[in-house]
Design a protein. Structure first.
Length: 378
């Protein structure tokens, strides 16, 4: 426990430096500077040491330290970041009903960051019950709570994706108790008003919610239709204008252009079809409620792989669900996600940048098995 507290102090210092230096740096994105990546590597080294120190421990005291330190890191980023709304606009993702709701309320950038931070902490509060149900130590909640990408993007940049992710996590937890499946359906329907990525969980959630998936789908479709009548796909940023941050689909489109077809849309549809077959197979085999968070990670993580455009905050979902998998390759995706920022502002997302961002993560993920079952506490 003492080691974890020492690591938390070191990590808090690095977050304070990250917040202060991001305020000082005004010439372009701080995420494109060498200083940012030095701090980022330091944060992930401390993060990895903390996982080794507490990731397999059980007990209320362990979780209390994890939660309080995680809240402290978010508070450091929240209070230390001085970005105003106009400067943060460059980071905003495609429109969603959640984003429009905050626009209509004329919410400040600080209000968005507060909502995202509280929702993320809500997901962290649900972690112990999900971990215990899966036979995992509650200390694994640290994998979510201390993840630097989540801390930075949620508390620092106000990613409203965290709100939708909270409702998805809540739906998974409620669905584990059959009499709460109706409430789980409502929570899941609300989550579908977040980024379109979460709609990729429909095959699996259809199995989880059974007959209750229909009202959840109605809630999701109504939210998008009422918010963006007639053009919600375009307003959500689909189809994407470029392949920034994409991994498998851009590479397969290049290979297909050499040997099969030069129409990138055909390659995209083919990869999405393969993912759909795989996700349906996962859904039909899903029997054990204890594995639902892990299966959600595998299905939605697989969808991220085949998306033609992947911005750094898409991996917030991966970081939130990573505690339910034994495979630490998932965490490498959150570690290298900010490399995409190097291509912002007219930069090129070329082969070597993509290789650096994805190769090690894919290698570890595949080597240890994509859907490795989690091990119980020792």
């Amino acid at each position: 426990m003492l080691r974890l507290i020492v690591l938390s102090i070191v990590s808090a210092g690095l977050y304070a430096l990250l917040a202060v230096r991001s305020n000082v740096e005004r010439s372009g994105l701080f995420e494109q500077s060498v200083e940012f990546y030095v701090l980022w590597v330091g944060l992930f080294i401390v993060y990895a040491m903390a996982i080794r120190a507490a990731g397999r421990k059980n007990g209320t005291a362990v979780y209390a330290v994890v939660f309080l330190t995680a809240a402290g890191f978010r508070a450091t980023q929240f209070l230390g970041s001085g970005l105003d709304h106009s400067q943060a606009a460059v980071f905003l993702h495609g429109a969603t009903p959640w984003a429009v709701l905050f626009d209509h309320a004329e919410a400040s950038f600080e209000a968005r960051r507060l909502a995202a931070t509280l929702a993320d902490l809500g997901s962290l509060l649900l972690a112990p019950s999900l971990l215990r149900a899966a036979g995992l130590p509650v200390g694994a909640a640290l994998i979510h709570g201390w993840n630097p990408l989540i801390v930075k993007e949620v508390a620092g940049s106000g990613r409203l994706d965290a709100v939708a992710i909270f409702f998805l996590i809540a739906a998974l937890r409620l669905a584990q108790t059959p009499r709460f499946r109706g409430a789980a359906a409502v929570a899941y329907g609300v989550s579908l008003n977040g980024p379109l990525l979460l709609a990729g969980s429909l095959p699996l959630m259809g199995r989880v919610l059974r007959g209750f998936v229909a009202p959840a789908l109605v809630i999701g479709v109504l939210g998008w239709t009422l918010t963006f009548p007639g053009s919600w796909l375009m307003r959500a940023g689909w189809p994407p204008e470029n392949s920034l941050g994409g991994s498998l689909t851009p590479a397969l489109q290049t290979l297909a252009g050499l040997f099969l077809t030069r129409h990138p849309t055909i390659t995209l549809l083919a990869t999405l079809l393969l993912w759909l077959v795989w996700s349906l197979r996962t859904a039909t085999r899903s029997q054990n409620p204890k594995r639902w968070p892990l299966e959600t990670l595998v299905v939605l993580g697989g969808l991220i792989f085949v998306m033609p455009q992947v911005l750094p905050w898409a991996f917030l979902l991966v970081g939130t669900l990573a505690p339910y998998s034994e495979n630490r390759g998932w965490l490498l995706f959150t570690a290298t996600a900010p490399l995409t920022y190097l291509a912002f502002g007219g930069g090129a997302y070329g082969f070597w940048l993509g290789f650096t961002q994805y190769f090690a993560a894919y290698a570890v993920l595949i080597f240890f098995g994509l859907g490795s079952p989690p091990r119980a506490a020792g």
